[in-house]
Design a protein around this ligand. Structure first.
Ligand code: GBH
Length: 507
């Protein structure tokens, strides 16, 4: 009896201690998942959709994709959107971030001809989400430029700023009565550096000297046009917000030396400052030290002017402050050195302009994607840096996730470990006062991973790509994420009892 009493006291004390230590996510914090049109929709030429640069590249240069696959069918979300919303309800999501296919809505890219079937598909999808209280968050551009616009230069033609604004207006007009979260671009770095400066994304322009920089300037101007269009002509009646998503991985110094600290800063400026600085900094324009470095390198290389363009005063003012929130896609950390592990890169190129080396300690766990490792405090380091640098704007984490091999079973414990660590880092960021409003896991379900095809799987739900029905099945990580969303804290001990998904009441 006495022993029992003591034991129960101990239990009460432990419980109290847990409750004290237990950190919760705010009740209004938006938990969601993200996807992108080309990666999940399929139906590449159905119901009047026009060709885009990924259709074009996968069809005309099939060997650019590791497993020779395409997004022609992908997860077939075009036909399975009701099942996708059912999955969101199973997970208990507050929000869902997805992208619109520009060429499904405007088959040639231009706004003179709107495809009614494209509008209808997104209307049905949005209404299905709203029926169950799920907040839709739309990305206007996740890498699938209409092919006709690419033939006119795509993001190196300054007229892209008009074409993009026209497209954005069509989206606001048709969906803005119900959609209150707009993201203009997903990951300018990947669009500009990988698509125009290099050859790791369509359209593989590989103009290493200037491609990235021309695109960077035109892209931030396109963003600003779409932002001001919303702000002036739609926000007053629709009342939503418009922002941009930038990939912000953390680049820390390899050692405490001044050289390494400066090297890390140059890398940050070249990788994401190029896109964030013009929009979010007090001064506007491209980042200072990086601008000086490209100017110096260009001069050494015999260019009569810097390869990095400048903004006119008018352009600078138009872009500066043109965002209601900062969307962050965060995956990993790199340690930067001024003198070691130097990258081998074409001369000239962004990587050569940065002129630094990157390194990851072998003890950091590696995913199925060679670039994606689990590093300590990764989200915290990135967000607290942005918070200080840009005067703490509103943030959303719009992507964060982990890949596994296609042959793995549903028990993805490495992904569970990644998400738990990432969400602890989110709580650390909230404790540090970061104005973070939500978190979207990448991804709701397995999908077409760009040049890697279907060889890397990011889904909380497995998709059977051999099955014409593209059956979706929850992985262990789905149960764990659901538990976190429901309870608003991270229970590191939680194990799902059975792998049987159900929809909880209220969803
Ligand atoms: C995001 O990009 C994308 O928004 C999303 O569409 C994608 O599915 C997701 O991540 C997972 O990858 O080895 O040289 O080819 C994340 C940033 C930058 C990660 C480019 C992959 C490839 C470098 N990506 N990186 S390389």
């Amino acid at each position: 009896m006495k022993l029992l009493f003591v034991l129960s006291l101990v239990a009460v004390a432990c419980h109290a201690a847990n409750a004290e230590e237990r950190r919760s996510f705010p009740a209004d914090f938006l938990f969601g998942c993200a996807t992108a049109a080309y990666q999940v929709e399929g139906a590449w030429d159905e119901d009047g959709k026009g060709e885009n640069i990924w259709d074009h590249m996968t069809h005309n240069r099939p060997t650019t994709i590791k497993d020779l696959s395409t997004g022609d069918i992908a997860a077939d979300s075009y036909h399975n959107y009701k099942r996708d919303v059912e999955i969101m309800r199973e997970l208990g999501l507050d929000a869902y971030r997805f992208s619109l296919s520009w060429s499904r809505i405007l088959p040639t890219g231009f706004a003179n001809e709107v495809n009614p079937k494209g509008i209808e598909y997104y209307n049905n999808f949005i209404d299905e989400m709203l029926k169950y209280g799920i907040t839709p968050m739309i990305t206007l551009y996740h890498w699938d430029l209409p092919q006709k616009l690419q033939e006119l230069g795509g993001f190196v033609n300054p007229l892209i700023a008009n074409w993009f604004e026209d497209y954005a207006r069509v989206a606001y007009e048709n969906f803005g009565d119900r959609v209150k979260h707009w993201i203009t671009f997903n990951e300018p770095r990947e669009i500009c550096y990988e698509g125009y400066g290099g050859d790791r994304k369509a359209p593989m322009v590989n103009s290493t000297a200037v491609g990235t920089y021309l695109c960077a300037k035109n892209l931030v101007l396109s963003h600003a046009n779409a932002y001001h269009a919303y702000n002036n002509d739609f926000k007053p009646t629709q009342g939503g917000q418009c922002g941009i998503t930038i990939s912000v991985n953390w680049f820390g110094p390899l050692t405490d030396s001044e050289e390494d600290q400066f090297a890390a800063e140059i890398r940050r400026q070249g990788e994401w400052g190029l896109y964030a600085e013009p929009i979010f900094s007090a001064e506007g324009g491209f980042p200072k030290e990086f601008t000086e470095r490209v100017a110096a390198k260009s001069a050494e290389q015999g260019f009569p002017r810097s390869r990095l363009p400048t903004f006119t005063d008018e352009e600078r003012a138009w872009v500066r402050g043109a965002s209601d929130f900062f969307g962050v896609n965060h995956y990993t950390t790199f340690l930067v050195s001024a003198t070691e592990h130097l990258d081998v890169a074409p001369v000239p190129s962004v990587i050569d302009d940065e002129g630094v080396g990157v390194y990851r300690p072998p003890e950091w766990p590696v995913s199925q994607s060679s670039w994606l490792v689990r590093a300590p405090n990764s989200i915290y380091n990135a967000l607290t840096d942005l918070q200080k640098r840009y005067n703490n704007p509103a943030f959303y984490i719009t992507e964060n996730g982990w890949s596994i091999a296609p042959e793995r079973d549903l028990i993805d414990d490495d992904r569970v470990a990644y998400y738990r660590a990432a969400l602890e880092s989110v709580l650390d960021s909230l404790d540090a006062g970061v104005n973070l409003k939500g978190y979207m896991a990448w991804s709701l379900l397995d999908n077409f991973e760009w040049l890697e095809g279907y060889t890397e799987r990011f889904g909380l739900y497995n998709v059977d790509f051999e099955d014409p029905a593209r059956t979706r099945t929850a992985r262990k990580s789905a149960y764990v994420y659901k538990h976190i969303i429901k309870n608003r804290y991270i229970d590191h001990e939680y194990e799902p009892e059975t792998l049987t998904m159900t929809i909880d009441e209220g969803h």
